[in-house]
Design a protein around this ligand. Structure first.
Ligand code: F6P
Length: 359
């Protein structure tokens, strides 16, 4: 069984489905297989910044009911870079030393950080600076973390978006409308591409493939000429306007992607006269019960992360490749942004199905 350890686990960045399944898997494996103690750290690194550090003791009875639950029982945040932390007086302060001190105050032997590329980069910097034994687990509905084929939360988001598209077919057909479905994904078009194919969309617009409005309108008109007087277009939130501008909501440090669906609807109506409606799926893609695939991935990643700690293999991230869980240096994963490759097999699949990318 080896030396008894006390490990910490935290969730960082935007929440997604499957986070609680990882917390459960880590706890079950660490407690049952190794007899370790597991502390759940509250609100990402903020819990380690608080005094006393905010953490909860996790045991098998506490985590068993959370397998299917969306969100994260530990809380999370996608704000407040600890190296430039926004203070109430408006200044930015480096609070990394407090987090590192919090880790050591709790007597932790290792830390499992569940995050996307941004969170993992911050956690790695803290680990390097403060002697933290870190293991990373990739999560994000955007599926844009380097090296891993899948991140936790992506499959559930695709399922939710697909279900929405399925429902929109009927109302689109009944009213002979163009339905635009705006999905999340940040700078990567994975959700749009996958849900677009699964949901039988007619157009898929992603940031990695530049569209021209005339091609979109031509496709809609061709469908009308063939007697298909409605169309479904899935658009990724980071698709730009014709002038190459991102469409955003909010101001200054609270600027978020959103609104490209409405922009395209107005342009399509103006150019080809089609009646359009927009559905923005927003945070529904992050919520709800996690899909079986996300639960399986979360369980496999959680167990693999505990095994890395048992072997004292730190500064590594677990990844999914060819149906295997392996690990790679965290640095390798975060320096490579995983966008959609325009030559990807799914892009070719979509083209083969006659789906228009607007290019
Ligand atoms: O990175 C996950 C994500 O859901 C993106 O797809 C989206 O752009 C962003 O987070 C939304 O962030 P917030 O929760 O701050 O609105």
């Amino acid at each position: 069984m080896g030396e008894k350890k006390r490990i910490g686990i935290l969730t960082s960045g935007g929440d997604c489905a499957g986070l609680n399944a990882v917390i459960r898997a880590v706890t079950r494996c660490a407690v049952n297989m190794y007899g370790w103690e597991v502390l759940g750290l509250c609100k990402a690194t903020h819990g380690l910044m608080s005094r006393p550090p905010q953490a909860i003791c996790l045991d098998v009875a506490k985590v068993d009911p959370i397998l299917t639950m969306g969100g994260t029982i530990l809380g999370t945040t996608n704000k407040g870079d600890p190296f430039a932390f926004p203070m109430p007086d408006g200044t930015l302060t480096d609070r990394s030393a407090e987090i590192i001190e919090g880790y050591h105050q709790l007597g932790l032997n290792a830390l499992i950080g569940i995050g996307g590329d941004g969170s993992l980069a911050i956690l790695r910097k803290l680990a390097q600076q403060g002697g933290i034994n870190l293991v990373g687990i990739p999560k994000t509905i955007d599926n844009d973390v380097g090296i891993t084929e899948r991140s936790i939360g992506f499959d559930t988001a695709v399922n939710i978006a697909t279900e929405a598209i399925d429902r929109l077919h009927f109302t689109a057909a009944s009213h002979s409308r163009v339905m635009i479905v705006e999905v999340m994904g940040r700078d990567a078009g994975h959700i749009a591409l996958n849900a677009g194919i699964a949901g039988g969309a007619d157009l898929i617009l992603i940031p990695e493939i530049i569209y021209h409005l005339e091609n979109i309108c031509r496709h809609i008109k061709q469908r009308q000429a063939q007697g298909q007087d409605y169309s479904i277009a899935v658009v990724s939130e980071a698709v730009c306007t014709e002038m190459g501008k991102l469409v955003q909501q909010g101001h200054f440090d609270d600027c978020r992607l959103g609104g490209i669906g409405q922009y395209l609807a107005e342009r399509i109506t103006a150019l080809c006269g089609a009646e359009t409606r927009v559905t923005v799926l927003g945070h529904t893609q992050r919520g709800g019960i996690s899909s079986p695939l996300d639960r399986i991935l979360a369980s496999a990643f959680g167990v693999a992360a505990v095994e890395l700690i048992a072997k004292q293999m730190y500064d590594r991230m677990v990844t999914w490749q060819n149906r295997q869980v392996i690990s790679v240096p965290i640095d390798d994963a975060i320096k490579y942004y995983r966008a959609v490759d325009p030559n990807d097999t799914l892009v070719r699949t979509a083209r083969g199905l006659g789906i228009c990318f607007g290019d």
